[in-house]
Design a protein around this ligand. Structure first.
Ligand SMILES: *Cc1c(COP(=O)(O)O)cnc(C)c1O
Length: 470
C-alpha cells in the first residue's frame, strides 16, 4: 500500500473520503492540506458515527476528522514508535519535520507478545482431519477413548472421564460425590472463579479460605480452621502449576472424613513427592481451554482411580442414562460430553506435553536469569519434593506498582495479566469468605508474564526496563 493512496484533501466530502477509506484497506484516511501536511485522521468508525448522527454525505470531511491524532516522528526509535500503540491507537502515521506523512504504521496483534497461545504444530491437524473425515464428530469415536486412557495414565490415575470444559469437570466431580444443598465445600481464595462457581452450581455452600504465603496455594491451617459439621469436601487448586501441600490436605481430609477434588486445571504434569497431581484426591478436574498446558479448544477431564466414581461420572455426564438400558434414566444428569474432534486435538497435544512443559520451564528460567536480581521481583518458588510445572511464569512485585507495570508492559508491546482477584473481595462471594489476608496481598502484587514463546533478549530487556522503573 502506498501511503499517498490514503490521502484525502481537506476540501473533500464525506462520500469522497469513504471511497478512499474503502479502497485503502486500513479502515482510515489521512486528511492533508495543500502542502500535503497531515492535519487529521478519519476512520471508518468516525464516518459511520457522523452518518448515524445525521451528517449528510456531501458535507465537508474536515468537520469530522480527528485532529488530535497520535503520530510518530521520523527520528523516533522503533521502540518509541511501538510504545505509542495501545487499545485506542492502532494506526500511527510517522511525520517528517514538515508534517508530511512518510510512513503509516499499523498495529498487528503479532506485535504484542501474548501471555499464552496454543501450540498446534504437532499431529493436531492430522488427527482432527481424521476424526472429521470419519464423520464421528460428536461424543463417540476412537479419539475419545484414546485421550481418556492416555491422559489418565499421564496423571497416574486409572480412569479418565472427558468433559466439554474444566468447569463441567468440577461440577461432574461434585455431583458424583453427591455434594449439594446443605453441604459446605472449602475452596482457596486465590483461584479462577470456576472453582467456586462449580460449588454454587451444585447448590452447595462454598467456604473460602486463605492461601499459603509461600506456595500461593490453599493453606492447610486455614482449611482446618474452617471445618464445620457441614463440611463435606475441599477443593485444593494447584495454582499456576504449583502443587498444593497434598500431604497436609489428605491428612486433614482423612481426619474429618472429607472428600477431596483437586482442581488441576493449571497443573498438567506437576508432581508432589514423586506422584502426579490429580492422583491424590477422590477425583481431579483438568481443563483443556486454549491457554492451558494441554488444549482441546474447550475441554476438560475428571480423573479418578475409583471404578465406582468413574461409572457414576460417565452416567451423569450422559444425561443420567443407564449405560445398558437405553433412555432409562437412573438419575438426573447433564450433557457434559467432549467431542471426538476435541479429543483428536487432545491426543496430539498429549504426544508433545513433555516438550511443552520443558519449554515453559525454560521460559521461566529465562525470566529468572533476566530479572530475578531485581529486588522488587519475586518468583513463584520451588518447594522441596515437588515438581512444579509452569502454566504461566508468575511474579509478585513488592513495590506496590503492579497496575502501573501492567500498563507499561502493554505500552512496549508485551501482554501480561494480573493475578486473579481474591474471591472474598468480590461482592457476590463475600458472604462465603472465611479468611483471605495472604491472598489479598498476593492477588494485588501478581503479574503473569508471556509464557508460550521462548523469551528473546529484546523482550527481557523491555520487561527489565519496565519493572526496574528505568
Ligand atoms: C481454567 C480453570 C478452570 C476452568 O476451566 P474451563 O475449561 O475454562 O471451564 C477451573 N479452575 C481453574 C483454576 C482454572 O484455571
Amino acid at each position: 500500500m502506498k501511503v499517498s493512496s490514503l490521502f484525502c484533501s481537506r476540501t473533500a466530502t464525506l462520500f469522497e473520503c469513504l471511497k478512499i477509506i474503502n479502497s485503502g484497506g486500513v479502515g482510515a484516511a489521512l486528511l492533508v492540506d495543500d502542502e500535503l501536511k497531515m492535519i487529521g485522521l478519519i476512520t471508518d468508525g468516525e464516518v459511520r458515527r457522523a452518518l448515524i448522527a445525521g451528517a449528510s454525505l456531501n458535507e465537508n470531511v474536515e468537520l469530522y476528522a480527528n485532529k488530535n491524532f497520535e503520530f510518530g516522528k521520523v527520528e523516533d526509535t522503533p521502540a518509541n514508535l511501538a510504545a505509542r500503540f495501545d487499545n485506542r491507537v492502532k494506526l500511527l502515521p510517522v511525520l517528517d519535520s514538515n508534517g508530511r506523512v512518510c510512513e503509516l504504521l499499523q498495529w498487528d496483534t503479532k506485535m504484542r507478545l501474548p501471555v499464552a497461545e496454543p501450540d498446534l504444530r504437532g499431529n493436531e491437524l492430522k488427527y482432527l482431519l481424521d476424526a472429521f473425515l470419519s464423520t464421528w464428530i460428536s461424543s463417540t469415536g476412537e479419539y475419545l477413548a484414546r485421550f481418556e486412557s492416555g491422559f489418565s495414565k499421564f496423571c497416574g490415575s486409572s480412569f479418565g472421564v472427558s468433559t466439554c470444559n474444566g468447569t463441567a469437570a468440577l461440577q461432574l466431580a461434585l455431583s458424583a460425590l453427591d455434594i449439594g444443598p446443605g453441604d459446605e465445600v472449602i475452596v482457596p481464595d486465590l483461584t479462577f472463579g470456576a472453582t467456586i462457581n462449580s460449588v454454587l452450581a451444585v447448590g452447595a455452600t462454598p467456604v473460602i479460605v486463605d492461601v499459603d504465603p509461600i506456595t500461593w496455594c490453599i493453606s492447610p491451617d486455614h482449611i482446618e480452621d474452617a471445618i464445620s459439621t457441614k463440611t463435606r469436601a475441599v477443593i485444593p487448586v494447584h495454582l499456576f502449576g504449583q502443587p498444593c501441600d497434598m500431604n497436609s490436605v489428605m491428612r486433614i481430609a482423612k481426619a474429618h472424613n472429607l472428600r477431596v477434588i483437586e482442581d488441576a486445571a493449571e497443573a498438567h504434569g506437576a508432581t508432589y513427592h514423586g506422584r502426579s497431581v490429580g492422583s491424590f484426591g477422590d477425583v481431579a478436574a483438568f481443563s483443556f481451554f486454549a491457554n492451558k498446558i494441554i488444549t482441546t479448544g474447550e475441554g476438560g477431564m475428571c480423573v479418578t482411580s475409583s471404578p465406582e466414581l468413574d461409572e457414576k461420572m460417565r452416567i451423569l455426564r450422559d444425561h443420567g442414562m443407564n449405560r445398558s438400558r437405553r433412555y432409562w434414566h437412573d438419575c438426573a444428569g447433564f450433557n457434559y460430553r467432549m467431542t471426538n474432534l476435541q479429543a483428536a486435538i487432545g491426543v496430539a497435544q498429549l504426544e508433545r506435553v513433555r516438550e511443552t512443559i520443558d519449554l515453559k520451564r525454560q521460559i521461566e528460567n529465562s525470566y529468572r536469569d533476566g530479572i530475578g536480581d531485581l529486588e522488587n521481583v519475586h518468583f513463584q518458588v520451588d518447594v522441596p519434593e515437588t515438581s512444579r510445572v509452569v502454566w504461566l511464569a508468575s511474579i509478585c512485585v513488592s513495590d506496590g506498582r503492579r497496575d502501573e507495570h501492567l500498563e507499561n508492559l502493554l505500552k512496549v508491546g508485551i501482554d501480561s495479566r494480573p493475578f486473579f482477584y481474591s474471591l472474598g473481595s468480590m461482592p457476590i462471594f463475600r458472604e462465603f469468605s472465611h479468611s483471605n489476608s495472604n491472598s489479598l496481598r498476593i492477588s494485588r502484587a501478581g503479574i503473569s508474564l508471556p509464557s508460550s514463546r521462548p523469551v528473546t533478549a529484546e523482550v527481557l530487556e523491555k520487561i527489565r526496563d519496565v519493572l526496574s522503573g528505568s
